[in-house]
Design a protein around this ligand. Structure first.
Ligand code: E4P
Length: 218
């Protein structure tokens, strides 16, 4: 399973990219709105850092506007994946952009039916939002299982990009279900590194080593 980082913040992305754990990145208008500066320049810098697919989202709501914006975003860097919301206009824009050879990520997916329609028009990725489903009392991960099963049976090449990830359990379940990609905020990636037994185990190793060195000197 590929790991993408879900942020528009270069300072957060750089150290993760340097570790070699990132396969790509996702942004959305809310994330980009938090960053100062030129959004195109930020997208370009993210592409240079991650050297993998970087989703940049359109803000137009009509198909022609989405197509225009999508072409403009795709021209920033070959790594750019154009992100469109799942609406009828988004589906139409996805069809046109995909036919032109642009990779499209259809976002705001909350049902397997929506994922299926996006796959039919050539989406490279669909982004089901698990955390936001959990927030309303549904089980977001059930949707991932449904889409993975559906795409597997139908033979679609569209990748399931698990989004709105809130914790490491979402990440591991996504991998076990066969999702192709998980996109995580930096805070969740940080949690993936943590285990209290690793910390206490290392502390013990170092303490034992120091004690033995002290004993040799005495
Ligand atoms: C995905 O591409 C979205 O940017 C993101 O995962 C949304 O997550 P949120 O529900 O935490 O805003």
């Amino acid at each position: 399973m590929k790991l993408f980082v879900d942020t528009g913040n270069i300072k957060e992305i750089a150290p993760l990219a340097a570790l070699g754990i990132l396969d790509g990145a996702t942004t959305n208008p809310s994330l980009m709105a938090k960053e100062g500066g030129d959004p195109r320049a930020i997208i370009k810098s993210i592409c240079d850092l991650v050297q993998g697919p970087v989703s940049a989202e359109v803000v137009a709501t009509d198909a022609d506007g989405m197509i225009r914006e999508g072409r403009d975003l795709a021209a920033i860097d070959p790594h750019v994946v154009v992100k469109v919301p799942f609406t009828k206009a988004g589906v139409a824009a996805c069809r046109t952009l995909a036919a032109e050879g642009t990779r499209v990520n259809v976002t705001l997916i909350f049902s397997a039916a929506q994922a299926w329609l996006a796959a039919k028009v050539g989406a490279a990725y669909v982004s089901p939002f698990v955390g936001r489903l959990d927030d309303i009392g549904a089980t977001g991960m059930n949707l991932i299982q449904e889409i993975v099963d559906l795409f597997g049976h139908a033979g679609y090449e569209t990748e399931v990009l698990v989004a709105s990830v809130r914790n490491p359990i979402h990440v591991i379940e996504a991998g076990r279900m066969g999702a192709g990609v998980v996109t995580c905020p930096p805070s969740v990636i940080e949690q993936l590194f943590k285990h209290p037994l690793t910390d206490s185990g290392l502390e013990r190793f170092l303490k034992d080593w120091e004690q033995a060195q002290g004993a040799k000197k005495a």
